[in-house]
Design a protein around this ligand. Structure first.
Ligand code: ARG
Length: 655
């Protein structure tokens, strides 16, 4: 039941003949839930802009809209407020009837869309063979929530994990395997050994890059100091602009000086390590050599291809472990390697159609309004990330003919996707709605990208373990503090902690505005009150406990013929909140923002909390009221459970 949509249809008819036809849609959008239930349940704000267009007093326009509005059994139109706000109040009888029909409906009366579309959702996409880190969680969790919500609303959705399984990291591992393999370690724990090889080669490559970088940086520091001297001489007392220039020069110089210090320290650390510095000396051209290994792999070198085949399942298993723990699945996992054989054709096709031209030896797609072209084949014949993405689009369009393709990838790739989508449209895929659903960075307390104390970006598995461990403490403390003593046995506590810990991490991520950075904090995400999964799970468990304590079976009650009545303001407010679920789902998909669903769940849980404080359930004044309240509790629990499940989060029966 989408109440807002029903009311909106009434508003549209009222606007017909009054507002210019091409504006009706925009004006009707201005029907929103009321900020304050004192005034009503929904509020129409369009009389003000419409008054402006018609050059009539907004209150007069509001009165006219009001006179034409006839929501019928849905409710009543309240007297105009302020400059021209029109408030709508739902009828208690209608509200109760809607809730009643949700009681016996599997889907809580949420109808699948009448205009289903097909979507490809491209999410997670980690580069395998590199350890997965906290940044990957955002794409995985946000993409999974969007996938589930679209599907629940009846769209056709294909979840495609575009794994980075063909990149330069494999050249590094192959180089490492050929030169530094610890055979015994590999036999015992192949993944750990591959990860060690990757880190080692990366470190050695980075050392030589840094050695080359250092003199340039030192030179830059000298220049920056000179600029400071110059600015200082130029600065005469009272000259504000010169003072500013000096300040800027000083700050620039400080930044470069710090970069030199950091780089020197990094090199010194390796120099001080006898084993590492020996390797550094013995492999002076390791960077180029690792790239060479990747190039050989891509050109079909038998040895490297065999090594890649051998490493791939090991690397895959490492990420599957994470997906299993997160409860995330995909319909397809077609990694970059899958498209390798399609790249040459894609580039040739673009060239043949005159969309790509050779410039400086490289094959480029020049895009209207873009300064830099998109390179699809390098001078040396190698293809790029962009070429793979183009071939991927062609493949997906031919196989699934989707209406839309959603890419859940961090904001640093915005330019890539801007180019990619423009090129795809040129290539003939104009009908598809390509969207980059970008997201911000996960930050630590210091405001920098989240890292562990040792300086590594946090490994994802360790992160999940920590969250579950902290959740275990919270669950145990809560259980120990129960008035009649603890209720959970050790095994249940463990299971609850897993669900609460994983839920907390996911919810913390999803409840942020997708495009913002956010600070990672276990304390905040596991708080028992506030906008957290823990609070939502707790509300759910509380309902379940009411049923247990009262000896009621929810399924039996639903079929019992018991009636919902909204006798008090708290019951009514909860009823209104329950009926807004479909609206919230729809809203969360307008711009693919799961945080709008979390906001809804939080509002619902708060409405429930007020209801719970003010309306005794098991000790209700009559059996009818008790049953009605039990039904409201049950609807709340089911709505929370369904909402959380669309976010990929589980509930627990007890906590
Ligand atoms: N593997 C990429 C990375 O880690 C993300 C892939 C995103 N999807 C895509 N079709 N490009 O940066």
């Amino acid at each position: 039941m989408n109440v807002r949509r029903l009311l909106r249809a009434h508003l549209e008819s009222a606007l017909a003949g009054l507002a210019p036809a091409d504006q009706t849609d925009k004006l009707a959008e201005m029907l929103v839930p009321s900020q304050d239930p004192k005034f009503g349940d929904y509020q129409i704000n369009c009389a003000m802009p419409l008054g402006k267009t018609l050059q009539r007093p907004p209150r007069e326009v509001a009165e006219e809209i009001k006179s034409k509005l006839s929501p019928g059994e849905l409710g009543t139109v309240e007297p105009i407020a302020g400059p021209g706000f029109i408030n709508l109040k739902l009828s208690d009888a209608w509200l109760a009837a809607q809730l009643q029909s949700a009681v016996s409906d599997e889907r809580l009366n949420i109808a699948p869309t009448t205009t289903p579309k097909s979507y490809v959702v491209d999410y997670s996409g980690p580069n395998v063979a590199k350890p997965m880190h906290v940044g990957h969680i955002r794409s995985t969790v946000i993409g999974d929530a969007i996938y589930r919500t679209l599907k629940f609303l009846g769209h056709k959705v294909i979840g495609d994990n575009h794994l980075g399984d063909w990149g330069t990291q494999f050249g590094m591992i192959i180089y490492g395997y050929k030169h530094f393999l610890d055979k015994a370690a590999y036999e015992k724990a192949p993944l750990d050994e591959l990860a060690r090889l990757y880190r080692l080669v990366n470190q050695l490559v980075d050392y030589h890059d840094s050695v080359r970088e250092l003199p340039k940086l030192q030179q830059k520091a000298i220049g920056a100091r000179a600029a400071v001297e110059q600015a200082r001489t130029a600065a005469t007392p009272g000259d504000k602009k010169a003072a500013q220039t000096l300040k800027k020069a000083e700050s620039d110089a400080a930044t470069v000086a710090q970069a030199v210090v950091d780089l020197e320290a990094k090199l010194a650390k390796i120099d001080a390590d006898p084993a590492l510095s020996k390797l550094v000396q013995a492999h002076p051209t390791i960077g180029a050599a690792a790239l060479e290994e990747t190039a050989k792999l891509h050109s079909g070198d038998a040895e490297n291809l065999a090594l890649w085949e051998k490493f791939k399942p090991i690397c895959r298993e490492a990420i599957e472990v994470v997906y299993r723990r997160l409860g995330v699945t995909f319909d397809e996992t077609l990694g970059e390697s899958f498209y390798h054989d399609l790249l040459a054709d894609a580039a040739n096709d673009l060239e043949k159609r005159g969309l790509a031209k050779t410039s400086d030896g490289a094959l480029c797609v020049f895009l209207p309004g873009q300064e830099v072209p998109m390179i699809v084949r390098k001078k040396d014949g190698a293809f790029l990330y962009a070429t793979t993405d183009l071939a991927t689009i062609k493949y997906r369009m031919e196989r699934w003919h989707p209406d839309a393709m959603l890419y859940v990838v961090d904001h640093r790739q915005s330019l890539h996707f801007e180019h990619l989508f423009a090129a795809a449209k040129l290539w003939g895929y104009e009908t598809c709605d390509f969207r980059h659903l970008s997201f911000g960075t996960v930050l630590g307390k210091d405001g920098k990208p989240y890292k562990t104390r040792s300086g590594d970006t946090v490994g994802l598995m360790g992160l999940l373990d920590d969250a579950v461990e902290q959740a275990h403490k919270i669950v145990s403390d809560n259980d120990d503090g129960k008035p009649n003593g603890a209720e959970l046995d050790p095994e249940t506590r463990k299971q609850v902690a897993e669900t609460v810990g994983i839920g907390a991490i996911k919810y913390a991520d999803l409840s942020q505005n997708r495009t913002s950075d956010y600070e990672f904090s276990y304390d905040k995400m596991l708080a028992m009150s506030g906008n957290t999964a823990t609070y939502m799970q707790y509300a759910y468990a509380r309902v379940r406990s009411i049923f247990r304590r009262g000896g009621f079976n929810a399924a039996t009650l639903r079929k019992s013929g018991a009636k919902i009545a909204l006798g008090t303001p708290a019951e009514r407010a909860l009823g209104v909140a329950l009926l807004r679920f479909e609206e919230a789902l729809e809203l969360s998909l307008v711009d693919f923002r799961p945080n709008l669903l979390t906001t809804y769940l939080f509002d619902l849980a708060n409405a429930y909390s007020t209801f719970f404080e003010q309306c005794p359930v098991l000790k209700a004044p009559s059996e009818e009221i008790r049953d009605s309240r039990l039904l409201l509790c049950d609807l709340t629990a089911r709505t929370i459970r369904t909402g959380l499940s669309l976010l990929g989060i589980d509930v627990v029966e007890q906590m």
